[in-house]
Design a protein around this ligand. Structure first.
Ligand code: CP
Length: 320
């Protein structure tokens, strides 16, 4: 594996989930694989879980890890070609990525979308340039349109906790005070649609009118603007806010109550409730759910280690 960017980078989902669960069972079994190899984690945006879980995964594999908070500690990056750099940007991505590739065997990059320029965001302009110029395998730590380590984690967590062969999984939009990217719901939907194709889940998306995700990520999903109907018989509810894709980055007022709480939980098949975190309590998701027996959010965050470790292991096995 040279790149981990989307569901397309994994063929057989059941196998990668089982490999991750095997690592969870024996975390240090492949410790020799990463000795004298260096992972560089480059963040253009904040992170708790992605940063710590990926570091832990790399350490479990015997790797050295360097973290670069590019947004705070790096030179301001220029990403466009053909510009005279006489403004605020100091270093071009061509040199910055190439230099980091000299120091590291594998790189991870987090780069959020602008939510202003839909075309540049959905072309993954920055991520693709980084991959092109760094010259080493790259893991997405969340890009403009996707968060694949989170989505793989979510599939691992669903597999661990499912009580039926093909659980009903609902991605449910939730309220928020800010305009958030579509990366997590896009990615979750992409992975769940693929899992549905492979017979692993039955997948529904529920969102208010105006919050349709890009169709590239939702092929095969049942899509509804009726939350109550969608929740009927749900085994897992994945709660997440996102801003509008159609009116890019906009936040529409929503009259109906979309926050998941114990009343709505009664509509489900005693569903387990998931969220990628960070979560705004009693805005996106009720405290009673987060603190109750149906919440999987901490177990889900814990599984971030095994998602990162299975991806790093596959990359290390393919290093020349
Ligand atoms: N879920 C997730 O990616 O968390 P962080 O943004 O804290 O890394």
């Amino acid at each position: 594996m040279k790149k981990f960017f989307s569901a397309a980078d994994i063929d057989d989902l059941a196998t990668v989930v089982q490999d991750a669960l095997d690592l969870k069972d024996k975390p240090y079994e492949a410790k020799a694989l990463g000795v004298n190899k260096t992972l560089g984690l480059v963040f253009l945006n904040p992170s708790l879980r992605t940063r710590m879980s990926t570091q832990k995964a790399a350490m479990n594999l015997g790797m050295n890890v360097m973290v670069m908070n590019m947004d705070k500690d790096g030179w301001a990056l220029e990403t466009q070609d053909g510009v005279v750099m006489n403004g605020t940007t100091v270093e071009h991505i061509r040199e910055a990525a190439a230099v980091m590739g000299e120091y590291c065997d594998i790189l991870g990059l987090r780069s959020f979308p602008s939510l202003k320029d839909k075309e540049a965001d959905y072309n993954e302009d920055l991520f693709n340039k980084f991959v092109k110029f760094c010259g080493v395998p790259v893991i997405s730590l969340e890009s403009a349109t996707r968060h694949p380590l989170q989505s793989l984690t979510d599939l691992i967590t669903i597999t661990e906790h499912k009580k039926v062969d093909k659980p009903k999984v609902v991605l449910a939009w939730a309220p928020h005070v800010k305009a958030l990217p579509q990366a997590v719901p896009n990615s979750f939907s992409e992975w769940m649609c693929k899992a549905q194709q492979q017979g692993l889940v039955d997948f529904t998306i529920a969102h208010p009118m105006g919050y349709d995700l890009c169709e590239d990520f939702t092929k095969g999903a049942k899509i509804s603007d009726n939350l109550a109907e969608s929740l009927e018989g749900a085994d897992f509810v994945y709660v997440k806010n996102w801003s509008s894709y159609i009116e890019y980055g906009e936040v529409y007022p929503v009259a109906q109550d979309w926050m998941m709480d114990n009343e709505k939980l009664k509509l489900t098949n005693d569903a387990k409730i998931m969220h990628c975190l960070p979560v705004r309590r009693d805005l996106e998701l009720s405290s009673e759910i987060l603190d109750g027996p149906n919440s999987l959010v901490i177990k889900e965050a814990s599984n971030r280690v095994w998602a990162a470790q299975v991806v790093l292991k596959r990359m290390l096995e393919n290093l020349t």
